[in-house]
Design a protein around this ligand. Structure first.
Ligand code: GLU
Length: 414
């Protein structure tokens, strides 16, 4: 059984390379990583004691452009997680045609137990530690699980001070007043909502009253909920890391956000049935959006899923075995590298705007985002129809082929 995120990513890549088929040379290059950096981050805690944290930055491949990918803060973060996520960024950027390679980084920590001051010192010292390998033309970090605009602002400030001048393009997902892009905060969620709207058309389902379950109502999931609410869908179940709630008549986004702010969980949300994150996945619905962590849909629960369509909000939420079972049961999966690419697409827009010091309206950002995602969806969908492939295999085929072509034309140095 494959349960490790890295094994899943590698198995998916191996399968696709065999099908393309990729030359053994390129296959070898892409199975490996350009660079993996581990750093120790000593900081002074509020209680006066020193604590040393461990951080990473993993760079997979930069054949098509500078490395790009988020920074996550998580107590169970491992190098293997980051390898999977960095490789996935290479495919994601390639699939949507943004000129970046793939990277991912993070710190092993539980940000919920840290004060704002500790979090700031941790972020700044981490930025300093990875400075030799990041840069506006080298590697551009962004938000990911448990990091946000504020963390990006600290990264930008630390880098700029050390670099000697204002360097907004070092990071994306910054606040708008220091060079962030309008529309970046909700871009991943909006992109997922656009993808759902697109997929639903093909499945002859209607957006009006579409029953949706969102596992993980955080940065990404809550934005999906907001846009789906506006589109007339009915979000029937949501969850946080502490558990979920279900109301078949629908949950209001505004009420959910207000309740979570006041209570720190959805526990005892009025008129809703409480449940675990696992049982939430098994409720009947039209669209299931796993938007929490990786490896949530596995061979253990794949046969119990009662959704008509799965749209991956999180990175790597479905294991290889689960994918096979879902395919047998004819439950289509819109893969992460397509569904959640909105974040990195608007990160690209942000990087372009920073380079030009010329900023776009939110409408322009959203229109351009929709255009890229719609075209990519069509491309993936037609390949999947033509060659009778799953949407994941079709998306991976397009993405991997593009990276391989870039490696091949650039050749081998020396
Ligand atoms: N962390 C996001 C992702 O996994 C965004 C990365 C970025 O914008 O660079 O796609």
């Amino acid at each position: 059984m494959i349960s490790d995120a890295w094994e899943t990513a590698l198995a998916q890549f191996d399968q696709v390379s065999k099908r393309i088929p990729l030359s053994e040379d390129i296959h070898q290059v892409l199975r490996n990583f350009d660079r993996m950096l581990t750093v120790s981050i000593p900081i002074r805690m509020d209680n006066g004691f020193l604590r040393v944290f461990t951080g990473f930055r993993v760079q997979h491949n930069a054949a098509r452009g500078p490395y790009k990918g988020g920074i996550r803060y998580h107590p169970e973060l491992t190098l293997n997680n980051l390898k999977a996520l960095a490789m996935e960024m290479t495919w994601k950027c390639s699939l949507v045609g943004v000129p970046f390679g793939g990277a991912k980084g993070g710190i092993i920590c539980n940000p919920k137990t840290l004060s704002k001051g500790e979090l700031e010192r941790l972020t700044r010292r981490y930025t300093y530690a990875i400075m030799p390998i990041i840069g506006t033309e080298k590697d551009i970090p962004a938000p990911d699980v448990n990091t946000n605009e504020q963390v990006m602002a600290w990264i930008m400030d630390t880098y700029s001070i050390n670099n000697g001048y204002y360097t907004p393009g070092i990071v994306t997902g910054k606040p708008v007043n220091i060079g962030g892009s309008l529309g970046r905060t909700h871009a991943t969620g909006l992109g997922i909502a656009y993808t759902i709207a697109h997929a639903v058309k093909y499945k002859k389902m209607n957006l009006k009253n579409l029953k949706v379950i969102i596992q993980g109502y955080g940065n990404v999931g809550s934005a999906v909920g907001k846009f789906l609410n506006e589109m007339g869908c009915r979000v029937v179940a949501v969850s946080s890391s502490k558990g979920g709630i279900y109301n078949p008549r629908g949950l209001s986004h505004t009420a959910l956000i207000k309740y979570y702010k006041e209570n720190g969980s959805f526990d005892r949300f009025p008129n809703a049935e409480g449940m675990t994150n696992e049982s939430l996945l098994e409720l009947p619905c039209d669209v299931l959006v796993p938007a929490a962590m990786s490896n949530q849909i596995t061979e253990e629960n794949a046969d119990k899923i009662r959704a008509r369509l799965i749209v991956e909000g999180a990175n790597g939420p479905t294991t290889v075995e689960a994918d096979q079972r879902l395919a047998k049961r004819k439950i289509p999966v819109i893969p992460d590298i397509l569904a959640n690419a909105g974040g990195v697409v608007v990160s690209y827009f942000e990087w372009v705007q920073d380079a030009q010091r010329y900023f776009w309206s939110e409408r322009e950002v959203n229109e351009k985002l929709k255009n890229i995602l719609d075209c990519t969806y069509e491309e993936v969908h037609s390949l999947s129809q033509e060659k009778k492939l799953s949407m994941r295999t079709a998306a991976m085929t397009i993405a991997v082929k593009r990276v391989a072509a870039a490696i091949s034309v650039r050749g081998l140095y020396p």
